[in-house]
Design a protein around this ligand. Structure first.
Ligand code: CDP
Length: 833
């Protein structure tokens, strides 16, 4: 067995005094505008329910409070206006298009089912018109048969981008702008008015509304869209709705799902009716990796002996055909595997054997081979095949980092680049602005052909109508529990068979299509899971426990019992450990009651440790640094350590090193990278390459950081103007909050390390120099200095070493006896006692 090493380490010195000193300086700077955070006020707002939620610059809601009579008048006006609109030819055109959607044929059945049953499930292929049409069926029916009853439909969407997209589309179909009868509400942005009768919102928004309106007295219909995605929020909402139904016999609940698992939802609500909207798709031809390599003749140009040898070898084809997989190694982006010889490969991968070719690894971890994708794109547009030379090409990649990287490569490409004006390359992910999203749906001008590079957003949430080719990288991002870090993390994982099929289906909506999977048939058949695992079984449950604790009605019940009534309940051990972690973070007290900190953490949909770091960063005036570190913790360290170049990479990293801290080192490197971004994209890229920093990871960190900032603004801990018009990806992404009052202590690294300590506690070790061995202290008793030696020999398991990647690895003596660490990993280092 290897021994545990700690990773991501910051030295701690006199932190208690520093915190005290800053706490004394006055609450003024903790929240300059509103003086909210003296402990007295926190407790007060906590007791009287969440008033602080409204303190942020969150709502542009112009909904006036109306009397019942006024509402009735408004209802009549809506109906009158709509009756006029219906007569226009433009409306007729829109209606014509709507009538072509498969959902339209079942319009009456759907309405009848909804009338007869309090809850129904509607399932149908993605793109059949569930999201855009079903809410309108209800709205139109109300208008046609108006009987002075009020109507308020709320339709939840799993993502912000779909809430806005669908609302705008539906408003458009009714010749309106969003914010009139059809509106949307997402974090930090809402377009609703007193006329709004149909609101598309994110699931989180409805959950939050339930905190102040537990029975949603004015809502008549709740539509939960995309229930098949099984996000923890949507599972939670179903549980709440199940409890709510008997209290609100007049409330209608409609669950909408892609074709998967509709029965599961029906059973959960006591065998409620399921309506299936029949699909309409064309056949899609599939190419797996081995097929496409053969079709394109792609040469693995990596200088690796193995690949070249195998490529020219019939053994290679045989091996592939026998269902084995091959290695794709790419030099440019993936420095780690550069120029590997057979010997190095054998040393690196246990299961590598050039003779039998029984290797089962390819494009592993988070690596995506952009050159291969580029070759496939060339084959699609110019290749010798009989497939159409028009129609949108959709590329599925795991996340924003990978999308940005391919995008950057394509826009300067001689065939696909902007200069030729033959193609229009569009990124599609959840943090696009409305304008960018509109480009996805619009028809390109001048006969340009669209290449959309998307996350799994285009799998079920967004439908691109004229898509004919799909390139499926086989990768997606998924939330997981990382036991090394003891926190939630977003990991790049292989998709499941269900995802692969869904991606394939995207190619056959208007005519027969082609789907190219960047994994072998063998992997698909033998290694992919059939279905995604529901989020609630993958993620730590802290957030859910906190959400239960803030919801009236649920907060009095036993957490175990509430979680036990989920559609597929989590295992009890996970609940117990979540409660333990919440106690150690200080979010709940010993009696399991929510603390003020817990109350704020409940409104931040991030891992509680990250949340704590963000809140403290805002409170102590070092929000920018805290958010950068929080983003790194939740994504990954941007420093790379290429095989064979570890020493060089480490030396470069050491040039940024400061304050005996890996976190501050990353922070300094990130800031330098941002400076380079301001100069030019090329300067930034060179800087990243020269310093062994992953360009892609830095961009992703920038994006996550922005999202975290939005969360803090939303709950009123920071007030800056976050206009949606600012681009959220790329170099101009990061809001410059460094100069603001929320960052008055931005350069105070001692304060920053104190905050890190508070956030990562109990990950503390005590230094037992000079042997570079450390002992965990916070989880057990702190050993006295002179006892340490004995303990080291008595219980070697408690000892940890510094991970070689840490900037502190070569340090022999620290100013302080304590270090805080982010991660404990087992390495191959052997302990010699
Ligand atoms: O919900 P479901 O996946 O069944 O379909 P939908 O989202 O209602 O989409 C129905 C049609 O509207 C598709 O052809 C979409 O491409 C189109 N649509 C659109 O053009 N713009 C949007 N923002 C949303 C949908």
């Amino acid at each position: 067995d290897g021994i545990p090493c700690v990773y991501g380490v910051t030295e701690l010195l006199n932190n208690e005094d520093i915190i005290k000193e800053h706490l004394k300086t006055d609450v003024e700077f903790l929240h300059p505008k509103q003086k909210l955070f003296s402990s007295e006020i926190i407790v007060k707002s906590f007791k009287s329910r969440p008033t602080h939620y409204r303190k942020g610059a969150t709502s542009k809601d112009n909904k006036r409070r109306l009397t019942i009579d006024e509402i009735a008048k408004e209802d009549e006006r809506i109906i009158r206006d709509f009756s006029e609109k219906k007569l226009s030819s433009k409306y007729g055109e829109m209606l014509g298009a709507r009538k072509k959607l498969p959902a339209w044929t079942l319009r009456n059945d759907i309405l009848n089912f909804i009338q007869q049953s309090q809850v129904v499930v509607i399932s149908g292929e993605t793109g059949c018109g569930k999201s855009t049409q079903v809410p309108q069926f209800i709205l139109d029916d109300w208008i046609s048969n108006y009987n002075q009853k009020h109507l308020e439909i709320v339709c939840t969407q799993p993502r912000r981008i779909s809430a806005i997209g669908v609302a705008e589309r539906v408003a458009n179909e009714r010749l309106e702008n969003a914010g009139s009868t059809v509106g949307y509400q997402i974090r930090l942005e809402s377009k609703v008015s007193s006329r709004t009768r149909l609101t598309f919102c994110t699931t989180g928004i409805l959950l939050r509304r339930l905190e102040s309106e537990p029975t949603l007295p004015n809502v008549t219909h709740i539509i939960v869209d995309e229930v098949h995605e099984r996000s923890d929020e949507s599972d939670f909402l179903l549980l709440i709705l199940k409890d709510l139904l008997p209290l609100r016999s007049d409330l209608k609940v409609i669950l909408m799902s892609a074709t998967l698992n509709a029965v599961l939802f029906s059973e959960y609500f006591g065998d409620i009716p399921v309506i299936n909207i029949p699909g309409r798709t064309f056949p899609v031809e599939q190419y797996y990796l081995e097929d496409i390599l053969e079709a394109t003749g792609y040469i693995l140009e990596d200088g690796s002996e193995y690949c070249r040898k195998m490529k020219n070898d019939s053994e290679y084809i045989d091996a592939v055909m026998a269902g084995n997989e091959l290695t794709v190694i790419k030099p440019r982006d993936n420095i780690r595997d550069e120029n590997l010889t057979v010997q190095q490969m054998m040393a690196r991968y246990e299961d590598f054997s050039p003779k039998t070719c029984k290797t089962l690894f390819l494009m592993d971890s988070d690596k995506i081979n952009n050159d291969l994708i580029e070759t496939i794109l060339m084959w699609i547009v110019n290749g010798s095949h009989d497939y159409p030379k028009s129609g949108t090409i959709l590329v599925f990649l795991p996340g924003i980092g990978e999308i940005t990287s391919l995008y950057d490569q394509l826009v300067v490409h001689e065939e696909f680049g902007r200069r030729r004006r033959k193609y229009i390359v569009l990124p599609l992910h959840s943090s696009l602005t409305s304008e960018e999203q509109a480009a996805i749906f619009s028809k390109p001008k001048n006969g340009e052909r669209k290449i959309v590079i998307s996350t799994n957003l285009a799998e079920t949430s967004v439908t691109i109508d004229d898509c004919v080719f799909v390139i499926d990288s086989g990768k997606m991002k998924e939330k997981h529990f990382d036991s090394n870090r003891n926190m939630e993390s977003l990991e790049t994982v292989w998709v499941t068979q269900a995802n692969g099929l869904q991606r394939k289906g995207r190619a056959g909506r208007v005519m027969p299509g082609v789907c190219i999977h960047l994994y072998t048939r063998h992997r698909f058949m033998n290694h992919f899971l059939p279905q995604p695992i529901p989020e609630i079984h993958r993620i730590p449950l802290e957030q859910l426990v906190l959400n239960i604790k803030v919801l009236p009605g649920l907060c009095e019940r036993d957490v175990n019992e509430v979680l036990g009534s989920f559609i597929e309940p989590p295992i009890p051990e996970n609940i117990t450990s979540a409660i333990g972690r919440l106690q150690s973070v200080g979010a709940i007290d010993k009696a399991d009651n929510l603390t003020p900190l817990g109350h704020h953490l409940a409104s931040l949909p991030v891992d509680v440790r990250i949340g704590k770091l963000m809140l403290y960063g805002a409170m102590f005036g070092c929000v920018d640094a805290a958010l950068t570190i929080a983003a790194c913790l939740s994504h990954k360290n941007p420093f790379v350590s290429p095989f064979g170049k570890r020493d060089e990479a480490h030396k470069k990293k050491m040039t940024f090193s400061a304050h005996f801290s890996d976190h501050i080192t990353v922070l300094i490197a990130y800031k330098k990278f941002l400076e380079m971004c301001k100069k030019s994209p090329a300067a930034a890229r060179n800087f990243a390459n020269e310093n062994y920093l992953s360009h892609r990871a830095l961009f992703t960190i920038a994006d996550i950081k922005y999202q975290f900032l939005e969360l803090l603004v939303d709950i009123g801990f920071v007030s800056v103007d976050l206009s949606r018009n600012k681009r959220r990806t790329g170099k101009d992404l990061v809001q410059d909050i460094t100069g603001s009052e929320f960052n008055a202590n931005g350069e105070n690294f001692r304060l920053l390390s104190s905050i890190l300590c508070a956030a990562l506690y109990p990950n503390i070790v005590k230094v037992l120099t000079p042997s570079k061995t450390y002992i965990q202290s916070a989880v057990g008793a702190v050993p006295k200095q002179n006892e340490a030696k004995d303990i080291k020999f008595a219980t070697p398991k408690e000892m940890v070493f510094m991970h070689p990647s840490s900037v502190n690895y070569t340090i022999n003596s620290f100013p302080s006896a304590y270090l805080v660490y982010q991660e404990k990993v087992r390495t191959s280092k052997i302990l010699h006692l």
